[in-house]
Design a protein around this ligand. Structure first.
Ligand code: SF4
Length: 392
């Protein structure tokens, strides 16, 4: 664990940037920034200059943008800002995984986690504060929904991850090679802001990631998946978690509205609309002991996905307090994997990373919030006590 000693979460919540009416340039796409500058009577290429300062060099102070005129720098200082969210806590796992609780405007927390693996480093990014979809095995779902993140708060997680390694100028190689929209929240319920942030992830003037290396994961908001191809060309993951509607209705409630057949058809249409015909959908399947991890259910899943363009990622459940579920045994995971592999699927099993730093999605934020509430109660308790002591 690192960084949490320096400043407590409660301190950081208070330190969260005040609301201003300046335009936060961090979350503007290339097109939006060009419009911003032409509206000021400037040339469009100012957008390119400023994007490089923000996303290639990590610069937030307009005075450091030496290829802008002094008068423009002064003007920007008056009407605009470059404000990422704040890191409330940073935890480093022994396996190299780094996880952040990030304080966003209003004092709420979201999570981001960077998972290094060989020459890759995958950043898992949140899209909402909490989540309304209430999947029964999900720590984030149990926290309820508060609000959508802004585009600046979504892309700000990438900015913060790079900044936390002081890597802008170091030439150490890329800190973030892949991004998965798989953190807290359902990205397709925050459509516009997520699309803007993904556009910045892929833009050469920002993070320049290839479309294959940015993945949006959805639990099945079908109407928005139906229109995603018009707006974004990225990789797609579907959080399936069950081989039939009866079970999925129970553990992923949005399935009652958009059942499996509709979801898979929509995901396939998204693939069909893309120029790269080699792409497949990643099917995410969280294995819950005694719920969806039997050999029969593996066979049912194989039949469901027969001839479907996909690979399958099995995720043994990461337990968290009061989850009501258990992690499956290694044998159960192996048997499930074997059935699917024998049926001809490409199947990966997600290895647990960051076990020592609250690996389940939403778990770190849940713990920080609990700790902060406990501290508040403790302070309140002390206040009462002092009143008693003073005899009033
Ligand atoms: S699994 Fe995803 S969609 Fe479901 S409640 Fe959790 S964050 Fe929301």
């Amino acid at each position: 664990m690192a960084g949490s000693d320096a400043m407590t979460a409660a301190d950081q919540l208070i330190a969260t940037s005040p609301v201003t009416d300046r335009v936060n340039l961090l979350g503007l796409t290339r097109q939006q920034l060009e419009t911003f500058f032409t509206d000021l009577g400037e040339k469009r290429f100012r957008a390119q200059q400023v994007m490089k300062w923000i996303h290639h060099r990590g610069v937030r102070d307009f005075e450091e943008m030496t290829d802008l005129s002094q008068s423009l720098r002064t003007q920007l200082g008056e009407i605009a800002e470059i404000t990422p969210p704040n890191i409330a806590e940073q935890h480093d796992s022994q396996d190299g995984t780094r996880k952040w609780a990030i304080a966003v405007e209003g004092g709420s927390l979201v999570e981001a986690v960077l998972i290094p693996e060989g020459d890759r480093a995958t950043l898992c990014v949140s899209s909402q504060v909490g989540c309304s979809l209430d999947c029964t095995f999900c720590s984030t779902g149990k926290q309820g929904f508060q609000r959508d993140l802004t585009a600046a708060e979504v892309i700000g997680q990438v900015w913060l991850a790079i900044n936390s390694y002081d890597a802008w100028q170091s030439g150490k190689g890329r800190v973030v090679t892949n991004v998965v929209m798989m953190g807290m929240g359902e990205p397709l319920l925050n459509f516009d802001n997520v699309v803007s942030a993904m556009s910045l992830m892929c833009d050469d003037l920002a993070y320049g990631l290839s479309k294959r290396k940015v993945t949006l994961s959805t639990s099945g908001v079908v109407p928005n998946l139906d229109r995603l191809a018009e707006w974004a060309d990225v990789s797609l993951a579907v959080s399936l978690h069950a081989p039939n509607d009866a079970l999925r209705d129970q553990i992923v409630p949005i399935n009652r509205k958009y059942p499996i057949a509709r979801l898979l058809a929509s995901a396939r249409a998204y693939l069909d609309a893309q120029t790269d015909k080699k792409r497949v959908v990643t099917i995410e399947y969280t294995l819950l002991a005694g719920v969806n991890d039997s050999v029969e259910q593996a066979r049912e899943l194989a039949a469901l996905l027969k001839d479907y363009p996909c690979k399958i990622n099995l995720i043994p459940f990461n337990d968290f307090p009061n989850s009501g579920y258990q992690r499956p045994s290694g044998n159960a995971v192996s048997r499930f994997w074997q059935v699917l592999t024998d049926a001809g699927f490409v199947v990966t099993v997600r290895t647990t990373r960051g076990d020592d730093i609250d690996a389940a999605c939403g778990q770190l934020v849940g713990e920080v919030v609990d700790r902060t509430r406990r501290a508040e109660r403790h302070r309140a308790g002390r206040g009462d006590h002092s009143l008693l002591e003073s005899g009033r």
